[in-house]
Design a protein. Structure first.
Length: 297
């Protein structure tokens, strides 16, 4: 094995962690892979023998790359975050999954949390993600954000308060999540409007991200209130026959694939047996890039 192959093997040992860092920083699976690849290229231009802690070095490099990407995002993402934005979901089959193992998966961070992270300033997001999620010391984060350790600690503290204040509480039990979603799908398939309303919290919020090109009834939107959300679901109830339960970022969600073509991926927050938040990605371009599991119809 030559030096390049050995270095590549050492890098692969850290890839999952690096991808998890980048995904939390960017909310985009494709951009996360780009950030990890950039870290590999930077490593190739560095004397690896001089790096005492390769994992720590790579984590900070990925953090710096992601920070630069956040600061340079164009058009839609450079502006204040569109309230309809839904991050890229990580979708897995629901059957045969060990719930305890799923919690340990590097990328099973909820869409609700990723949406809150999108509201943070780039330096706040970096400090929070690296320190609170990956235990990177503030002394290592400070040079990346070009602040002292104390100021970096304040960035993370400010981000933490915003995250705690904005992230909805949720029932972590997959069985209760599944029961609520099964009731929702059954009501949709049966055309039972009142049953749809019953499974929704009175103050439920629905966020639909269909991308910039979709218009009309299927366009991006935010709906609030059980009857308003139920009306939206009722409009598209004919597609519910193509919906199947999956795991979306570690919680029970839905993939809708008419004749094998991805139409949407949905995630929910369930509290006391009712759905309080719904997040739907229906952007055709982004759906086409996702690695969606084959589903039995």
């Amino acid at each position: 094995m030559n030096d390049t192959e050995l270095l590549a093997r050492r890098f692969e040992e850290h890839r999952d962690r690096l991808r998890a860092v980048a995904y939390r920083m960017l909310g985009s699976l494709a951009e996360a892979e780009d950030a990890v690849q950039e870290a590999w290229l930077k490593l190739g231009r560095t004397d690896a023998d001089e790096i005492r802690n390769l994992g720590g070095w790579l984590t900070t490099v990925v953090g710096r790359v992601c920070l630069d990407m956040l600061r340079s995002r164009t058009a839609r993402r450079e502006q204040s975050m569109d309230e309809t934005f839904v991050p890229d979901p990580v979708v897995r089959p629901l059957s045969g999954v060990d719930p305890e193992q799923e919690v340990l998966e590097a990328d099973s961070v909820g869409l609700a949390l990723l949406i809150v992270l999108e509201t943070l300033e780039p330096a706040e997001r970096l400090a929070f993600v690296l320190h609170d999620m990956f235990a990177v010391p503030f002394d290592d984060i400070a040079p990346i954000v070009e602040r002292g350790a104390a100021a970096t600690r304040q960035l993370a503290s400010r981000a933490r308060r915003r995250v705690q204040g904005a992230t909805p509480s949720a029932d972590p039990d997959l069985g209760r999540q599944r029961k609520a979603l099964e009731a929702f799908l059954a009501a949709s398939r049966g055309g039972d409007f009142e049953a749809l309303v019953a499974v929704l919290h009175p103050d439920v919020v629905l966020r639909v991200d269909s991308g910039a090109l979709v218009r009309g009834a299927a366009a991006s939107k935010v709906l609030r209130g059980a009857r308003s959300v139920a009306e939206g679901a009722f409009t598209f109830r004919q597609f519910s026959v193509w919906s199947r339960l999956v795991l979306v970022n570690g919680t029970v969600g839905v993939v809708t694939m008419p004749e094998g073509r991805p139409l949407s991926v949905s995630a929910v927050t369930v509290v006391d047996g009712r759905i309080t938040e719904m997040y739907i990605l229906a952007d055709p371009e982004r759906l086409a890039r996702l690695d969606l599991p084959a589903l039995e119809m």
